[in-house]
Design a protein around this ligand. Structure first.
Ligand code: ADP
Ligand code: MG
Length: 260
């Protein structure tokens, strides 16, 4: 059965996109002399699902990492829910809790159990009691279909299970938005759908998501908007169907011809 089947307490409803939640204004990022993000302007509304695609090296990961302040931008502004990104201290820890991140390589704590992986953040950053964090953590692990793995360690789980734990860990912080950076790229093919299904359910429940992925099926099913990046720039933004059927730039046409 589908591990995500019980994610939803009620039948799906399409979620209206709300007010701006993530706003990037004229963002520039350099690594030394390398101009990696070039005047990026992007607004993601509450409840919106934005898929970011583009060739390797175009700045997609740097974009995600900048929104979570794992990277520092050189100019421009990034606002989350009306506040600029904090640069350090407790405010930064809270920002990281508000802006969840799911990485290609899962990045679970190898020496913590699955349940500990999803309860550490809520206890340390959200100041939940251990009991409350465990109860909520178990609920989330059950929702993503790995409740029966709670006492195991990450290496004992399949890649698809680990990535679903990583999603549960992000959800445990009650984030305002979750960034996914190629969450299925490191998975064996047969595990890709079990992760995408969980992500589709989240999208349908109204989670705000920025998803770097080349999974066009996910984009078609779940995205409100596709953003195409190349060489550090946003070259196109469109609804998925419009983008896939009639990309306007040569770069996007070329990219799609290679992946579709
Ligand atoms: P993408 O995720 O689209 O493949 P990245 O954001 O990873 O692109 O990389 C964009 C560009 O920045 C690439 O040219 C990459 O080599 C470079 N880059 C990424 N991280 C670093 C870093 N820490 N130091 C120097 N250059 C980097
Ligand atoms: Mg990347």
């Amino acid at each position: 059965s589908n591990p995500a089947d019980d994610l939803l307490p009620t039948p799906h409803t399409s979620v209206a996109v709300g007010e701006p939640l993530v706003v990037l204004t004229d963002v520039d990022k350099y690594f030394g002399d390398l101009h990696v993000l070039k005047n990026i302007n992007l607004t993601v509304g509450r409840g919106e699902v934005v898929v970011v695609i583009g060739p390797s090296g175009s700045g997609k990961s740097t974009l995600c990492r900048s929104i979570n302040r794992l990277e520092t931008i050189q100019s421009g502004g990034i606002m989350i829910d009306g506040s600029p990104l904090p640069s350090e201290g407790k405010a930064l820890a809270r920002l990281r809790a508000d802006v969840g991140m799911v990485f290609q390589q899962f990045n679970l704590f190898a020496h913590k159990t699955i349940l500990e992986n999803v309860t550490l953040g809520p206890v340390r950053v959200r100041r939940k009691s251990k009991q409350e964090a465990r109860a909520h953590g178990m609920e989330l692990l059950n929702r993503v279909g790995v409740g029966n793995q709670a006492e195991k360690y990450p290496a004992q789980l399949s890649g698809g299970q680990q990535q679903r734990v990583a999603i549960a860990r992000a959800l445990a912080m009650d984030p305002k938005v979750i960034l996914f950076d190629e969450p299925t790229s490191a998975l064996d093919p047969e595990m890709i759908n079990e992760v995408l299904d969980v992500m589709i359910q989240l999208a349908q429940q109204g989670m705000t998501m920025i998803v770097v992925t080349h999974e066009m099926g996910f984009a078609r099913t779940a995205a409100d908007r596709v953003v195409f990046m190349a060489d550090g720039e946003i070259l196109e933004e469109a609804a998925p169907e419009a983008f896939f059927t009639s990309p306007t730039t040569a770069r996007a046409k070329d990219f799609l011809s290679k992946i579709l």
